[in-house]
Design a protein around this ligand. Structure first.
Ligand SMILES: Nc1ccn([C@@H]2O[C@H](COP(=O)(O)O)[C@@H](O)[C@H]2O)c(=O)n1
Ligand SMILES: C[C@@]1(CO)OP(=O)(O)OP(=O)(O)OC[C@H]1O
Length: 159
C-alpha cells in the first residue's frame, strides 16, 4: 500500500540566529526564527510524513507552547516522527524537497542536506531529492524576509 504526504513551512530570517536547513548549518548573515532551531526543511519533511499517515502536523506533536521544544534540534523531532511512521509499518519510497530562498545559494549544500535526510529517514541517497528555487525577488522569500520549504513524500507499506 502507498501513502503520499506533502508539507509546507515558512520561517522568518532574522539577525543573530544560525541558519540551519535540512540539518546542515549554512554560513549566512541571518538565521531562521522559531521556537525550535527553526529548521524549515526538516519541519516540512516531518509534516509531509505525518500527512502521509494521517497523523496531523508537527504543531500537534511538538507544541510551540511547550518549553520542552524550546531550541529543539529538529533532527530529533523528525526522528520521533519517523518512529511513528515505522510503527505504522511504512518505509520511505521517496521524498522530493524544495527550498524556496532568494539567498543563500543552496546548491553547494544540497548533497549534504540530502545525506542527512536520508540518514534520518533510514533511506538511501537515491530516495531523496533536494532542490532550491528563488522567487525571482518576488514576495516575502524574494525580499529575503524568510525561507519556505515544500516536500512531497511517498511511503510504502513494508512487506
Ligand atoms: N537559494 C537558491 C535558489 C536557487 N538555486 C539554484 O538556482 C537555480 C535557478 O533558480 P531560479 O529561482 O532562478 O529558478 C535553481 O534551479 C537552483 O539550482 C540555489 O542553489 N539556491
Ligand atoms: C517545531 C515547533 C516546536 O518547537 O516550533 P517552531 O520552531 O516555531 O516551528 P513551527 O514550524 O512554527 O511549528 C512547530 C512547532 O511546534
Amino acid at each position: 500500500m502507498f501513502r503520499i504526504g506533502q508539507g509546507f513551512d515558512v520561517h522568518q530570517l532574522v539577525e543573530g540566529r544560525p541558519l540551519i536547513i535540512g540539518g546542515v548549518t549554512i554560513p549566512y548573515e541571518k538565521g531562521l526564527l522559531g521556537h525550535s532551531d527553526a529548521d524549515v526543511l526538516l519541519h516540512t519533511v516531518a509534516d509531509a510524513c505525518l500527512g502521509a499517515i494521517g497523523a496531523g502536523d508537527i504543531g500537534k506533536h511538538f507544541p510551540d507552547t511547550d518549553p520542552e521544544f524550546k531550541d529543539a534540534d529538529s533532527a530529533k523531532l523528525l526522528q520521533h516522527v519517523w518512529a511513528i511512521v515505522k510503527e505504522k509499518g511504512y518505509v520511505l519510497g521517496n521524498a522530493d524537497c524544495t527550498i524556496i530562498a532568494q539567498k543563500p545559494k543552496m546548491s553547494p549544500y544540497n548533497e549534504k542536506i540530502k545525506a542527512r535526510i536520508a540518514e534520518l529517514l533510514e533511506a538511501s541517497m537515491d530516495q531523496i531529492n533536494v532542490k532550491a528555487t528563488t522567487t525571482e525577488k518576488l514576495g516575502f522569500t524574494g525580499r529575503g524576509e524568510g525561507i519556505a520549504a515544500q516536500v512531497a513524500v511517498l511511503l510504502v507499506k513494508a512487506e
